[in-house]
Design a protein around this ligand. Sequence first.
Ligand code: UN1
Length: 498
Amino acid sequence: MAAKKVKTYKNYINGEWVSSHSKKTFVNCNPADTTDIIGRFQYSNEQDVNDAVAAAKAAYPAWRMMPAPVRAEILFRAGEMMIKQKEQIAQDMTREMGKVLKETRGDVQEAIDMTFFMAGEGRRMFGATTPSELANKFNMTVRQPIGVVGMITPWNFPIAIPSWKILPALICGNTAVIKSAPDTPLSVHALVKILHDAGVPKGVINHISGEGVEAGQPLVQHKDVKIVSFTGSSATGRLISEFCAPTFKHCSLEMGGKNVIMVMDDADLDLAADGAVWAAFGTTGQRCTAASRLVVHKKVMKKFTAKLLERAKSLRIGNGLDAKTEMGPVINESQMKKILGYIEIGKKEGGKLLCGGNQLKTGKYKNGYFIEPTIFGGVTEKMTIFKEEIFGPVTALIECKSLEDGIRIANNTSYGLSASIYTKSVNSAFTAIRDTYTGLFYVNAPTIGAEVHLPFGGTNDTGNGHREAGQQVLDIFSEWKSVYVDYSGVIQKAQIDD
Ligand code: UN1
């Protein structure tokens, strides 16, 4: 039988599709069936990074000078093209990343939303005008772009997260180089191709595929890269922030989570169980917003657990391209091993395995990376599975005695991305909104599902104070300039008494 021809995809540098100087490629395969090869991608190295940054640097002056509404027109065109290609991109994304089609369509939709939102910013990007202390003087603030942005993106939202970075960076007038995650270069390739076709000038956006050490690190450390925007683990984020420190490079980090759903004794338990299953097992638990801690009031623990187990056990696991599938595989072998390792630790440390816990390896699962939806009961705050981000289909039930106890447990984490409460009491809801130290909070809704026009990010080890999405993202990709215009014609001295 003739082997199926595997397509080789190229880097995108200075408006052209080019091979890596390394002359090496890597294979991208479907995590639901590793015999299904998506394509070969460039194994980029420092020379490729240098080319891409040089192209971005050269393109910057003209792009900066293009009026923002004109830049926006190009982005609007890109958004329209994305709508047309949504289904194809989603199908490809399910093949390369594994999550179910409904979710990959959502991923593309999030990129579409971000494109239109940021294109709109082309006619806003508001600064402030404000009175002056002095007569005949006008004060205002304006945003200014910064230069070349280096972006490092993860595999769990293969197009949405790149769009959160590329679109705001471009609308502000910066140019960019993106290094895609080794597991999902095709989705970034598709996004960059659309930007190319929509008319983004050469050099404004550049894409290189490859690994962290060979391609990511030289990008972060490149002297002409002025801003680094990263989404990934806290460990890598810490390294990146150290690389950026010596030259005071701007650095925006979006990292891990150990998100929590609090279920109070007055909650609608069916609604809460539906939310917990979606937040814990949607995207196979591979969202930074996934609910890996379920803090449940002791009065309803038994009832809630029964409802949760019933739902989790009935989830249909399989290839995300099959419309009936509700949960796909995990991304790759090393992640699978890591997750299974956490399950072992959970058992050893005394967690009670209530369902799942196993790799699925026979029949239709035999060529993929499948793990059952896994729920631990009786989890305490000392256990590793309470503390560490697992990034897989594993969640933990922890008992609380009251609202205050629940909030205390929720806050007992080194992260701080997303939290939620299920309750019918407006007083409990507002108390939890106020006292839970996270960047996102949901009432009677799961921890996942942020919308693009609100700021996204977290506290503690989840971030370094920045917010992506919302208008707040513009603060990552531009700098404020305070402008004073004195039209008095005489010397006026601020803060000096006559
Ligand atoms: C992520 O997992 O890194 O709120 C992003 C959500 C999605 C984005 C998740 N809109 O779950």
